[in-house]
Ligand binder design. Structure first.
Ligand code: FAD
Length: 440
């Protein structure tokens, strides 16, 4: 659909954040257009997979898109034979989100624009330029562009097509099919959730080769398991002191188990984050984050079992270390790695190397033309950590007029804002704020 017209709200990004915002605005009878150029509007990166092996890493009971109806997704999953505390296929969740978007469109208060926003400028209104040369004029702009592309890895700058820079793209799927057919080995740079997805895809494709996964610490996500929740009052937490929080977590884990201890922080995680001095937030990102990520963002038990089996069968090896060099060698890449804590080096030969390092953290280095145009015009600025956009307590971009940001772009302020249970709260609050602002 080509647009060249005026709308109340333009939302850039049709993943979970943009979709839920459009749906929340439609409930308030505020019109919006949702701009997404990836063909994934209503699903986004995480839920557009068609791979049945890719499961949600949050239980169905936590995945409602509506903050006011916590059972909304679980009821649907149960109706389809799932369990409230089970882990649905991510593609099912994608269909659920897609339906929510279609309902918003059917209400007449939302429209989808298939295009990439390449520029936005404020000239009384917001003018959003699309890659097809058309423009949308809007009273308000919501940025829901999700995680930015992974950091470029210097060692692979000249590695050609055997280095898969984007693990979610079509080239990655083709590479999985290729190695599965050949039985060739692969290397994953990164050992987190993206690596887990790659391992699952390889297994589902019948890959008989080996996969090596490397990261600085070699930590892989832990599994969900049932436990009795042990809630904690905010007043009982050591706010503003990272070391004291570490001690609290260790003590509490010994008393009630680490899952219960970590999850009891969940309702307070944004307050805890905001209570830390920026120097402590940086310290967390540098030292504690890998540990936090693998304990906090856990995987479904059946996924953990499969990984354990792959490790036991020597189909998956997880290494702590770093990449020294990479070079092409015929039909493969030869990658020299240095293991953590030793000076010993090892050469790994892989038909493909996948960049599973996760999203780019330094917003100042983004190559995204839309974000660049806004940064260059000083409509947005990097937050105090440089990992997202500086936003206020209502998720409004600091210093800009009628500009909101959602999801991963707001990590600097909220930190825990990348999963649906947090995103849906933010989208509902932003929809309230936009409706109030436009009614002025
Ligand atoms: C593999 C994986 C599994 C996950 N599993 C879970 C889970 O089980 N539970 C959970 O709660 N969370 C999970 N997450 C976290 C997940 O990121 C969030 O739940 C949510 O999907 C984030 O959505 P988003 O809209 O912020 O970003 P995205 O999904 O990244 O969507 C952003 C969209 O914006 C588009 N876009 C970007 N720039 C432009 C532009 N300039 N113009 C037009 N379009 C643009 C992109 O193409 C993309 O479609 C998972 C994440 C990943 C990567």
């Amino acid at each position: 659909m080509r647009f060249d017209r005026r709308v109340p709200v333009a939302i850039v990004g049709g993943g979970a954040s943009g979709t839920i915002l459009a749906a929340q605005l439609a409930r308030r009878k505020v019109g919006s257009v949702l701009i997404d150029g990836s063909g994934r509007a209503g699903r986004g990166v995480a839920y557009s997979t068609e791979d049945a092996a890719h499961l949600l890493n949050v239980r169905a009971e936590g995945m409602s898109a509506w903050s006011s109806e916590p059972d909304h997704f679980a009821a649907r999953f149960v109706a389809e034979g799932g369990a409230r505390r089970g882990f649905a296929e991510r593609r099912l969740y994608g269909r659920y989100l897609g339906e929510i978007l279609q309902q918003a469109v059917a209400s007449g208060h939302a429209a989808i624009v298939d295009g990439t926003a390449v520029q936005a400028r404020r000239d009384g209104d917001w003018h959003i330029g699309l890659d097809d040369g058309t423009a949308i004029v809007a009273d308000a702009l919501g940025l829901a562009t999700g995680n930015r592309e992974p950091e470029t890895l210097r060692a692979f700058a000249s590695s050609g097509a055997r280095f898969i820079a984007n693990p979610w793209g079509a080239a990655a799927q083709a590479a999985v099919r290729d190695v599965a057919a050949q039985g060739a080995d692969v290397l994953s740079i990164g050992t987190g959730l993206t690596m887990v997805d790659l391992a699952l895809s390889l297994d589902a494709a019948g890959h008989g080769g080996r996969m090596v996964a490397i990261s600085r610490r070699g930590l892989i996500p832990r599994a969900h398991a049932d436990f009795d929740p042990v809630p904690v009052e905010r007043g009982d937490l050591p706010l503003g002191d990272l070391r004291a929080l570490g001690r609290w977590l260790r003590r509490r884990s010994a008393e009630v188990g680490w899952r219960a201890a970590i999850d009891s922080l969940r309702p307070h995680s944004q307050a805890l984050w905001q209570s830390l001095h920026p120097a402590q937030q940086r310290q967390f990102l540098r030292h504690a984050r890998p540990w936090w990520d693998v304990h906090r963002h856990r995987i479904a038990p059946q996924v953990a079992q499969l990984l354990a089996r792959m490790i036991a069968d020597a189909r998956l090896e997880v290494l702590a270390g770093r990449i020294s060099t990479a070079r092409e060698a015929g039909d493969a890449l030869q990658v020299e790695v240095q293991r953590r804590g030793t000076s010993s080096r090892r050469t790994i030969e892989a038909a493909y190397v996948f960049n599973c390092t996760g999203p780019l953290h330094a917003i100042g280095r983004t190559r995204d033309p839309l974000l660049r145009s806004l940064l260059d015009a000083e409509q947005i600025r990097a937050d105090h950590l440089g990992i997202g956009i500086d936003v206020d307590e209502r998720s409004r971009a600091s210093g800009a007029s009628r500009l909101w940001a959602l999801g991963g772009l707001t990590k600097g302020r909220y930190w825990e804002i990348v999963a649906v249970p947090d995103i849906r709260e933010q989208a509902a609050a932003v929809a309230d704020d936009i409706a109030m602002e436009l009614a002025k």
